[in-house]
Design a protein around this ligand. Structure first.
Ligand SMILES: *[C@@H]1O[C@H](CO)[C@@H](O)[C@H](O)[C@H]1NC(C)=O
Ligand SMILES: *[C@@H]1O[C@H](CO)[C@@H](O)[C@H](O)[C@H]1NC(C)=O
Ligand SMILES: *[C@@H]1O[C@H](CO)[C@@H](O)[C@H](O)[C@H]1NC(C)=O
Ligand SMILES: *[C@@H]1O[C@H](CO)[C@@H](O)[C@H](O)[C@H]1NC(C)=O
Ligand SMILES: *[C@@H]1O[C@H](CO)[C@@H](O)[C@H](O)[C@H]1NC(C)=O
Ligand SMILES: *[C@@H]1O[C@H](CO)[C@@H](O)[C@H](O)[C@H]1NC(C)=O
Length: 432
């Protein structure tokens, strides 16, 4: 008998391991996101002026993603490798993290940055106007296009000089661009023709760059994190079953190297390095069977004659992070007929998709736009009302549960359909 139980739990363990690894293999490695097929971050490099020995460039970063955003701390960073001995004489709207050692022959004051691989970061809000450029100084925050269409662009200007030759016309575009926020990979700089036009005089005149280059960077969750960071659990008014997040969705407690906070334990104090104001402490989640810092619960709450109601709860189990401007992307066929959403903002993600089966939820400003760390509130919730479309709507076969869920652009691990709560057999027609 005992042996039988032991064997049973070993089989379960093996199944868990299998689920854990097969989840990884489901990950797209090329950065393709089925809910946002054109998602990319574009770096536009406009050469505005060329002088003997120097040129000036306007760099604009566009976050062309529907729901993935870049937060502070630490905010975005951008780096590249100069092909000649270039130096950055001057910068507006951003700064190089390190100046590096400048050649004495360059005179005083020395250039802003003399490194072969400069790392550029945004300035903080409230920077003196003399150091600013248009669309700058947001602490490296880039919102998604959906959540705040006014803040998904960042821009800075710089004067680049050549330390050896004195003709800017020889300029070579730098290579090895890196967009810093975990998970991004950038391509080569490509020349764009015609160069960018900039409006002047209220759009009456158009100024044009001398040359324009573009670098495209793509996100891949697989490259950003070693494991998923979010999972989904399910329940319904018509079933006793609660389908929990799959065990080991984001890691296993017994796994070597995994750490988590046991109930009642106080999070260890981390020494914040005084030298880095943008330091982000490593995540620490409460110990659970799924080990995810974010847990989303979808509950089918009620069925009315022509409508049905869902309650969504998002729980933050990370004791070291408040998620500011969080968002939740959901794919469900009934979203085309979403009638009402309580206490969250909502927008359909219709771009490049033939149907309205995907939408984005996010918090209301000053009310629930910050998902506080575990231990303080630690959750946000909403209810929503869907219209039943005759001939399509059903509680059968898990249709009423979401097909995909993303938290802040990270794909959440879903339970397997065979584990979904089911209708009691004798009530197949409930709610129809
Ligand atoms: C990047 O996104 C923009 C805006 O959606 C799109 O026009 C462009 O084609 C995308 N670039 C790539 C290489 O996917
Ligand atoms: C400094 O610049 C001069 C003139 O271009 C060059 O000869 C010298 O090697 C440079 N020194 C260093 C340390 O790079
Ligand atoms: C998941 O883990 C819990 C507790 O760690 C355990 O009781 C349960 O049997 C596990 N479920 C599966 C399907 O292995
Ligand atoms: C999260 O916000 C709360 C309340 O504003 C604050 O007390 C806490 O220190 C914040 N946590 C982090 C990691 O910033
Ligand atoms: C549901 O949405 C679809 C797509 O927008 C629309 O064609 C259909 O008429 C809607 N059904 C109802 C009952 O409103
Ligand atoms: C999706 O919904 C929006 C607003 O509800 C509507 O403007 C748009 O036409 C819909 N698109 C499709 C493809 O049904």
């Amino acid at each position: 008998m005992l042996a039988l139980i032991k064997q049973g739990s070993m089989v379960k363990g093996i199944i868990n391991l299998f689920v854990f690894f097969s989840l990884f293999s489901l990950y797209p490695t090329d950065g393709f996101d089925p809910l946002d097929v054109n998602a990319n971050v574009t770096i536009q490099w406009d050469i505005m002026e060329m002088n003997p020995g120097t040129y000036s460039a306007d760099i604009t970063i566009y976050n062309y993603q529907l729901y993935r955003h870049i937060e502070w701390p630490p905010g975005w960073s951008l780096s590249w490798e100069w092909q000649e001995n270039e130096v950055i004489w001057n910068m507006q709207g951003a700064e190089a993290k390190e100046q590096g050692v400048c050649n004495k022959t360059l005179g005083t004051p020395p250039p802003h940055c003399c490194l072969k691989n400069p790392v550029i970061i945004d300035l903080q809000p409230g920077t003196p106007l003399t150091k600013q450029a248009a669309n700058c100084c947001k602490g490296g925050v880039l919102t998604s296009m959906t959540q705040d269409p006014t803040k998904y662009i960042s821009h800075f200007q710089m004067t680049v000089g050549h330390a050896s030759t004195d003709h800017a016309a020889n300029m070579k575009m730098p290579k090895n661009f890196k967009f810093g926020s975990p998970g991004y990979t950038c391509g080569h700089a490509e020349k764009v023709h015609p160069p960018t036009k900039f409006p002047e005089d209220g759009g009456r005149r158009w100024r044009q760059a001398l040359r324009t280059f573009r670098v495209t960077c793509m996100y891949s969750q697989f490259k950003a994190w070693p494991a998923p960071t979010c999972c989904v659990s399910l329940s319904a008014f018509y079933s006793e079953t609660i389908t929990f997040c799959p065990n080991c969705s984001c890691g296993c407690q017994q796994q070597p190297g995994s750490s988590c906070l046991k109930n009642g334990q106080i999070p260890p104090v981390i020494k914040r390095p005084t030298t880095d104001p943008d330091y982000v402490p490593p995540p620490l989640a409460k110990c659970t069977s799924h080990m995810c810092p974010i847990h989303v619960h979808w509950h089918i709450k009620q069925s009315y004659k022509g409508y049905w109601r869902v309650k969504i709860t998002i729980m933050n189990l990370n004791v070291r992070k408040n998620y500011t401007a969080w968002n939740l992307a959901v794919e469900h066929p009934n979203l085309a007929n979403l009638t009402q959403v309580f206490s969250f903002n909502y927008m359909p993600l219709a771009r490049d998709r033939p149907t309205n089966d995907t939408g984005l939820f996010w918090g209301m400003q000053y009310y629930n736009d910050v998902l506080l760390q575990s231990g303080q509130t630690g959750n946000v919730q909403t209810e929503m009302l869907f219209m039943k479309v005759p001939g399509v709507f059903t509680f059968d076969a898990g249709w009423a549960f979401p097909k995909r869920v993303y938290f802040n652009g990270e794909n959440c691990v879903m339970p397997l359909p065979v584990d979904f709560p089911r209708l009691p057999k004798e009530k197949w027609n409930v709610g129809k």
